[in-house]
Design a protein around this ligand. Structure first.
Ligand code: DC
Length: 221
């Protein structure tokens, strides 16, 4: 069983996907974390300067990038590992958020990630969230949801999250970054973000987390 959850940045997709996976006993796969980990790798290895990726150099090193997930026993959430090192905190930073759309629009990066994602779906029941899960990774997914909310609602949620985690955040910077990422994600040539024809739309602007989960469950049971 494959449940695909796509949608805009910071619209609550991953919260819904995690809760759904937990409720159903499925494996949750955060594909955004994979693109974020590749971005962090680029930043650490000077493969990106002012938002411009050295694509030739990255292409030569793409096989060096090994991404995995493991359960964090404190948070009961999956943490992301890059070449065996826990990078969960680093990949959620604003620095990574700034560059991730420029990395994830590269065709060979997407190809490598999509292959890994398809492998996850071969061996387990999965809830996978991202941008192209219902359109490219699993066009025949059993259920597809497309999640969205207004940019202001999304920015406020991200602001609250960063404030709780790090004690500082800038609402305007977050809103601009979201709009910028929406633009790049929806207009890129490779697998642009779009609602699959057979995906069910979920607008979370006025829904509580519990409400979202129950609503989605009602569609799949
Ligand atoms: O879901 P997220 O915000 O963590 O995703 C980070 C970035 O990765 C987002 O700006 C677009 C990109 N992404 C993608 O292109 N395809 C996916 N399947 C998942 C994420």
């Amino acid at each position: 069983m494959i449940i695909a959850i796509d949608g805009h940045s910071s619209c609550g997709k991953s919260t819904i996907a995690k809760a759904l996976a937990k409720r159903l006993g499925y494996t949750y796969v955060d594909t955004g974390a994979m693109y974020r980990a590749v971005t962090f790798f680029c930043q650490q290895n000077n493969l990106i300067q002012n938002g411009v990726v050295d694509e030739n150099a990255l292409k030569q090193r793409i096989d060096e990038i090994n991404i995995s997930f493991a359960l964090n026993s404190n948070t009961q959430q999956q943490d992301t590992y890059l070449n065996g090192i826990n990078v969960e905190k680093q990949i959620r930073s604003m620095e990574v958020a700034h560059d991730v759309s420029n990395v994830s629009k590269i065709g060979f990066v997407r190809k490598a990630m999509v292959e890994k994602q398809q492998k996850y779906g071969e061996s387990a029941n999965v809830v996978m969230d991202g941008r192209d899960i219902g359109t490219v990774v699993f066009p025949h997914a059993d259920y597809k949801f497309f999640v969205t909310a207004s940019p202001e609602v999304r920015a406020q949620r991200r602001y609250d999250e960063l404030m709780a985690k790090e004690g500082h955040a800038n609402y305007n910077e977050i809103l601009e970054n979201l709009k910028q990422r929406d633009f790049i994600d929806t207009t890129r040539a490779e697998s642009p973000l779009r609602q699959a024809d057979d995906a069910i739309l979920v607008d979370t602007s006025n829904m509580t987390r519990e409400g979202q989960l129950e609503w989605i469950l009602s569609k799949i049971q």
